[in-house]
Ligand binder design. Structure first.
Ligand code: 5GP
Length: 239
């Protein structure tokens, strides 16, 4: 497969056309950003950790009946994916209160949310990703009510599968953000699922094993990504 012209460059990934119809290449770059791009750095090999963990999760989810855009890895930084028309929603599933819902609502950090709470934000950095509700999503014609039901059901399924997988490694899935896209009328899970888009806590020590280490200067983020990626992908029993 040949990589062709660039279609899109986001804050940490670039997307390229290929010589095959309906197939794109996603390159996970070494850029890391936080606070709407207000904090940014380049950290050697960071992209390969996120690519590897994303590929591992996508393969596990696909095996368990979730439609994802992932096809195969080309090298440590690049994956081949199905081309989707992305839906501009950030679908967040929360199992434990942390981050913005603790800042914005009277939740105490660490409170278990059972059943999990789904929050959907509008993906638009210039508006700081404002929170949506079902009526706004339909009024903005971002998704139909039926699509929204499918998206929420898929998000909860992804959550249940990842909670189970990570628990085996002694990791608590606090929350995560995923994105979906359409190919014709079918909805697929797209984008990435990595330490950049999840909150992971060590079950025993409570240590952050994700981008919060970078956001809040909690330690050496690359050392954390290295340890957590190995814990998730190498030591995981076959899912
Ligand atoms: P919060 O709303 O607490 O900032 O984020 C909730 C979860 O979704 C966290 O795991 C966070 O990493 C993820 N998340 C929220 N917004 C974004 C975003 O714009 N980009 C990425 N990569 N992850 C996000």
């Amino acid at each position: 497969m040949k990589q062709k012209k660039i279609l899109y460059a986001g804050k940490a990934k670039s997307v390229y056309r290929t010589d095959e119809k309906g197939r794109l290449i996603v390159e996970f770059r070494d850029d890391i950003t936080a606070f709407d791009g207000g904090k940014k750095d380049v950290l050697k090999n960071k992209g390969s950790y996120n690519a590897g963990v994303s590929a591992f999760f996508f393969a596990y989810l696909a095996k368990n009946g979730v439609r994802t855009h992932f096809i195969e890895m080309l090298d440590a930084h690049r994956m081949v994916v199905r081309e989707l028309a992305m839906i501009p929603l950030e679908v967040i599933v929360r199992n434990i209160a942390a981050g913005s819902i603790v800042r914005n609502y009277p939740f105490k950090e660490g409170t278990k949310l059972d059943p999990p709470v789904i929050v959907i934000d509008y993906k638009d950095d210039s508006r700081h990703d404002p929170m949506l509700n079902d009526e706004l999503i339909v009024a903005l014609k971002i998704a139909t009510p039926q699509e929204l039901r499918k998206i929420k059901a898929a998000a909860l399924k992804v959550n249940a599968l990842l909670v189970k997988l990570l628990a085996k490694q002694g990791i608590t899935l606090v929350d995560f953000k995923i994105e979906f896209g359409r190919e014709n009328k079918t909805i697929y899970l797209g984008d990435e699922i990595s330490m950049d888009s999840m909150r992971l806590w060590d079950r025993k020590t409570g240590e952050s094993l994700d981008k919060d280490v970078y956001r809040f200067n909690k330690g050496d983020v690359m050392d954390t990504y290295d340890r957590v990626a190995k814990r998730i992908t190498k030591t995981a029993k076959k899912p």
